[in-house]
Ligand binder design. Structure first.
Ligand SMILES: Nc1ncnc2c1ncn2[C@@H]1O[C@H](COP(=O)(O)OP(=O)(O)OP(=O)(O)O)[C@@H](O)[C@H]1O
Ligand SMILES: [Mg+2]
Length: 258
């Protein structure tokens, strides 16, 4: 049995009167690619917000490598290796591709102004290390040729790739992708699927939220299905695709019998 990396234990989230997540329990094992799917408003992004510390759950706990993440801020959780991308694009359009990665790296750096003022050689060495890291990530993701272009001038599919590059530069152990292929064309989506597999080969565990069923069923080892904030099924892609409750959640009543 492989090691458990992440556990959601009895997570509940309420927004005032709205119940967004109800008693959610699932785990992710080392080296897995787990798909988290469900209709619009099912609670997928809310689950990501809870796991990555952007939102405190109303009840329950998130345990990462045996450590309860309660009370930690999002940047501290990222520092532990849990790194996410966002459903909506969050790039600095007026900065170059390369600088977008450097900005992302500085956001996770923990230097203060005094360190920068008093220890310039060390800061310069760190800056050089980050530049090498940024160049490596761009190379891995296939955007090296674009490094000097403004992020806003990239085709949409490449902007989404850049967001993944920024996340990878933070050197995640567990990477959470929120609808990474939304808005991509079929050939961009196909190459993104290969990229997800290459990320996994680097030893990074992946939790993937995605509406594109071919994509999520094509890369996931296991799929967890949320509907109205509740987990209604969990299994291999083949099991999920023939699960009547899942079919009904997506297509409405009667569809499972059709
Ligand atoms: N900050 C918030 N305040 C109030 N309600 C919220 C907030 N964030 C999410 N919700 C509500 O919680 C529910 C779950 O939203 P969530 O964004 O997690 O869904 P989702 O599964 O990611 O959907 P989609 O596939 O459309 O991205 C929705 O009803 C949404 O309107
Ligand atoms: Mg969402």
């Amino acid at each position: 049995m492989t090691k458990v990396v992440l556990e959601a234990r009895n997570i509940a989230v309420r927004f005032g009167g709205l119940i967004a997540i109800v008693d959610m329990n699932f785990s992710v094992h080392e080296g897995e690619i787990v798909g988290l799917i469900g209709p619009n408003g099912a609670g997928k992004t809310t689950a990501f917000n809870v796991i990555t510390g952007y939102l405190s759950p109303t009840a329950g706990s998130i345990v990462y490598r045996g450590r309860d993440l309660a009370g930690l801020r999002s940047n501290q959780i990222a520092g532990l290796g849990v790194v996410r991308t966002f459903q909506k694009t969050s790039l600095f359009g007026a900065c170059s591709v390369f600088d977008n990665i450097l900005i992302g790296l500085h956001r996770c750096g923990a230097r203060n102004a005094w360190e920068i003022l008093l220890d310039l050689p060390r800061v310069r060495a760190e800056e050089a290390r980050l530049r090498v890291l940024a160049a490596d990530v761009l190379d891995f993701i296939g955007l090296s040729a674009r490094r000097s272009e403004l992020a806003s001038t990239l085709p949409y599919g490449e902007q989404r790739l850049l967001e993944v590059a920024i996340a990878l530069a933070a050197e995640p152990s567990l990477l959470l992708l929120d609808e990474p292929v939304a808005g991509m064309n079929p050939s961009e989506t196909a190459s993104f699927m290969e990229l997800v597999k290459r990320i996994r080969q680097r030893g990074i565990t992946i939790l993937l939220v995605e509406h594109d069923m071919r994509m999520v069923m094509g890369v996931s080892y296991r799929v967890v299905v949320l509907n109205h904030g509740r987990i209604i099924a969990e299994g291999t892609p083949a099991e999920i695709q023939r699960n009547p409750e899942v079919i009904e959640a997506y297509l409405g009543r009667g569809a499972a019998r059709a």
